[in-house]
Design a binder for this molecule. Structure first.
Ligand SMILES: Cc1cc2nc3c(=O)[nH]c(=O)nc-3n(C[C@H](O)[C@H](O)[C@H](O)COP(=O)(O)OP(=O)(O)OC[C@H]3O[C@@H](n4cnc5c(N)ncnc54)[C@H](O)[C@@H]3O)c2cc1C
Ligand code: SF4
Length: 520
């Protein structure tokens, strides 16, 4: 049995970032990742292979509360889901860390305030090469440093939309993006602003994902070891149950056991909860570190939808995800509850639309709609319901029970966007007749689970000060197991309505500082 100072399970936004932050300590670090490297091949940038055929997503089958099959849109690779993310790297709003009253109930406060995470947000933005414009977003929290890189520019159709929104008294702003783009030097810029960023791996390694930015540089340190294809089956403890002593791994068809002074679980919110539940023992009968019973509960994934605003004029945009609106994040004049965030997905094409076809506008085909659409991504906060949860079936398989909640604000957000689109006037040919309607793209893709519900998974191993209501303490250490930490999106007690990855990364850097001190 090999022994390490630190073992980290999962190499995504949380685990990859933590590995990078600890690599220079010289401590012996073991990174266990169930997947391999994403192969670099032409299909990385094929919408057909990625969106229609699901070439890279796991073939694992989960079940819903009724026992029906789910085919989750999640990815097991070095770098985790950041290999496929849209790299929109937002800070949560300052107020998201406090208690927020929503139409559907209360979004609970975090045990730490925004100010505690702020220095790590700044570090994470540097590490992940975030391009943005500080203060342009009216809900932006205060920051101790400017973005490390200038914002990504809008292409003409998106610029026209920004001007239309501004004419309507709104404050559209550039999406903070983790791409290695140098617009001043297109000839040498690693990123080429292609159409297949969001949802696709980057063939030229120019997306700031956890593999490229964190894991690969960490492996340059001789004290860091990565094992791929290493599926962690269970964690076992000493007789007292107070420390993890054995990490049981399935690899190459066999079983191996590792151990470490510190064990960090970062397998993604659903898999981390499943791992702790699988690790039930005499000392931890409800699952490891689960005396509170919260492990697996309070699953959140945002209330998300994709809407295509179809115009008479074509939308020739290649790299679309540059503009966002947070004017309605906290509500509007007619609605005093939070509504959420409006942004874009990557430009869709006919193949992508086939994977979740919208209602077709009269007289249009899917291909034509895709050429004429602005493809909006709308996110609202879902609330942590204890009955929305991860459990295991009798064979140890994952069961995800989820009933959407707090949806009224999202409905308002969609209606507000529809109203805004009707008032567009920038089109010199058709004026406000250019807009042909807003069409919802089906996110369910025949598999019963909202794609984005899994993409933004969080909340299943929440942190807090009260061991009766949380599994982790404010440094993400298990209340009941002294050497066990969880640093993926599981720790969120609430999710806000912006994309989660930067918060996972910043928190991993915060926990890394705590661990550096602990390791001495
Ligand atoms: C298509 C898509 C687009 C997205 N776009 C954005 C975006 O623009 N902005 C944003 O902020 N977020 C985005 N997200 C979400 C973002 O990717 C996640 O929030 C983030 O990756 C979560 O980090 P994590 O560390 O919790 O988990 P992950 O990054 O998923 O990492 C978990 C890792 O653990 C490994 N693992 C799982 N189980 C085991 C096991 N038993 N043993 C060993 N290893 C295991 C997995 O293979 C994986 O590598 C997107 C996600 C998707 C899928
Ligand atoms: S080249 Fe740029 S836009 Fe294209 S996938 Fe890579 S990072 Fe994204």
């Amino acid at each position: 049995m090999a022994h390490y100072d630190v073992a980290i399970i999962g190499s995504g936004a949380g685990g990859g970032t933590l590995t990078h932050a600890l690599a220079s300590t010289g401590k012996r670090i073991l990174l266990l990742e169930r997947g391999g490297y994403v192969p670099r091949e032409r299909e990385n940038w094929s919408t057909r292979a990625v969106n229609l055929e699901g070439k890279y997503q796991t073939k694992e089958v989960w079940r819903d509360a009724q026992g029906r099959e789910l085919h989750p849109h999640t990815n097991y690779y070095v770098g985790g889901n950041t290999k496929f993310y849209g790299a929109a790297l937002f800070r949560l709003r300052r107020e998201d860390f406090g208690e927020v009253r929503h139409w559907g109930g209360i979004s609970p406060a975090w045990p730490i305030g925004y100010d505690e995470l702020e220095p790590y947000y700044t570090q994470a933005e540097r590490l992940y090469h975030v391009h943005g414009q500080r203060g342009a977003d009216p809900t932006d929290p205060p920051a101790s440093a400017p973005y490390p890189h200038p914002p990504v520019s809008h292409e003409p159709r998106i610029q026209a939309l920004a001007e239309d929104f501004m004419r309507q008294g709104l404050q559209p702003f550039p999406v903070p993006l983790g791409v290695m783009l140098d617009e001043r030097s297109p000839r040498t810029s690693p990123c080429i602003r292609c159409a297949t960023c969001d949802g696709h791996p980057c063939l030229v390694n120019a997306k700031s994902d956890a593999q490229v930015v964190c894991v690969d540089p960490a492996l340059a340190h001789p004290n860091v070891t990565l094992l791929t294809g290493a599926y962690v089956e269970r964690l076992e403890t000493s007789a007292s149950g107070r420390e993890v002593t054995r990490i049981v791994v399935r690899r190459d068809g066999g079983q191996e056991v590792h151990s470490a002074d510190i064990v960090v679980v970062s397998a993604g919110a659903i898999n981390s909860a499943a791992l702790l539940l699988r690790s039930a023992s005499g000392m931890h009968p409800q699952g490891l570190a689960n005396g509170s019973g919260v492990v697996g509960r309070h699953y959140m994934g945002h209330v998300n939808s994709i809407h295509l605003a179809v115009s008479r004029c074509p939308n020739a945009t290649v790299f679309q995800k540059t503009l966002a609106l947070n004017d309605f994040y906290w509500g509007s004049r007619d609605w005093s509850f939070p509504m959420g965030h409006i942004s874009f997905v990557g430009k869709v094409d006919g193949d992508t639309l086939k994977a979740g076809a919208p209602a077709i506008a009269p007289g249009w085909t899917l291909e034509l709609m895709a050429r004429h659409s602005l493809d909006f991504w709308l996110t609202s906060e879902d609330l942590p319901d204890p009955d929305n949860r991860v459990t295991l079936d009798d064979k140890g398989g994952i069961v995800l029970s989820y009933r959407p909640n707090n949806t009224a604000g999202h409905e308002r957000l969609i209606a507000t966007l529809e109203g805004l689109m009707r008032q567009q006037s920038k089109c010199g040919v058709h004026g406000d007749e250019c807009h042909q309607g807003l069409f919802a793209r089906n996110l369910f893709i025949g598999d019963r689970i909202p794609l984005a519900g899994v993409a933004h998974q969080n909340g299943t191993v929440r942190f807090g000060r009260d061991p009766r209501r949380s599994a982790l303490d404010p440094f993400c250490r298990a209340h009941e197991v002294d050497n066990l930490y969880v640093v993926d999106a599981s720790f969120f007690p609430s999710s806000g309505a912006v994309n989660p990855a930067l918060t996972v990364m910043a928190n991993a850097l915060r926990v890394a500082e705590h661990l550096r001190a602990r390791l001495g």
